[in-house]
Design a protein around this ligand. Sequence first.
Ligand SMILES: NC(=O)c1ccc[n+]([C@@H]2O[C@H](COP(=O)([O-])OP(=O)(O)OC[C@H]3O[C@@H](n4cnc5c(N)ncnc54)[C@H](OP(=O)(O)O)[C@@H]3O)[C@@H](O)[C@H]2O)c1
Length: 255
Amino acid sequence: MKATPHNVATGFGTLGRGICIITGASKGFGWALAHEVYHLLEPGSVLLLVARSGTLLQELKEELQSFTDKQRLVVHCIAANLSTTEGVNETVRSSFTYPLCLSLSLLPGSLGPISGFQSFTDLERVNSYLSLNISSPLTLTAGILQTFPRRPGLRWSVVNVSSIYALQALPSWALYCTAKAARKMMFSVLAEEEPNVKVLSYSPGPLDTDMQEEIRRLTGISHCLFPCKESAAKLMKLLLDNDFSSGAHLDFFEV
Ligand SMILES: NC(=O)c1ccc[n+]([C@@H]2O[C@H](COP(=O)([O-])OP(=O)(O)OC[C@H]3O[C@@H](n4cnc5c(N)ncnc54)[C@H](OP(=O)(O)O)[C@@H]3O)[C@@H](O)[C@H]2O)c1
């Protein structure tokens, strides 16, 4: 794994002036990240919020803009389904409107079915999950990188929201573990290939979100959960300190 010399932070304690794309921003960890990032981007920056629920994104936008002068940042909501080609293309197209210098994209994923290995006989169901959680972040990231060709001063950071289950096998979680492991490798390849792109896979720890609610409902197991804000703040500190190797996989409990 190699380290890249550039720093995400361009101003003192800020992420600099640029464009930040957060997928899965309507709730959970993505929502908390939007709050953290909003306060760390410098004036004139653009925050693109992506999820299917346009109403929740709009509410988030209004909440963010109520904290400061509305003109400080451009916040743009993209109500798009990232499991479709149109959703991915629309997100890439929207990022093209804002040719700024620093770009940061954060890529959450989804839970999917929890059930025994032998239950996965339906190819379409399996493909649909893997498409949203592997193919979509690949094509979205590739499309965005293509939109902003290399030029001096342009720095890219990509955060893959990962999980401990990218590294550990968990019975009945074949799809989730597979997708997280594949994403970890996919972004490690990006880190090896593109020295101008700083890549981080961040495992956010067990978080108090709808996803955990769903896990409780499906398995009856409840975990000790942490507030999304705490994990999002740790991730921001990692990005600001910028002393990880590109392609690293870091866990909430280790940092
Ligand atoms: N929660 C945990 O304990 C935990 C632990 C480790 C890792 N993680 C990881 O953290 C990430 C976020 O988890 P979370 O708990 O915050 O999940 P969450 O509360 O369920 O939020 C998922 C987000 O993804 C969006 N989304 C889902 N399907 C989408 C689609 N087809 N197109 C566009 N957006 C879509 C949802 O918005 P819409 O429904 O509006 O589309 C929502 O904003 C995931 O990658 C998860 O694997 C979570």
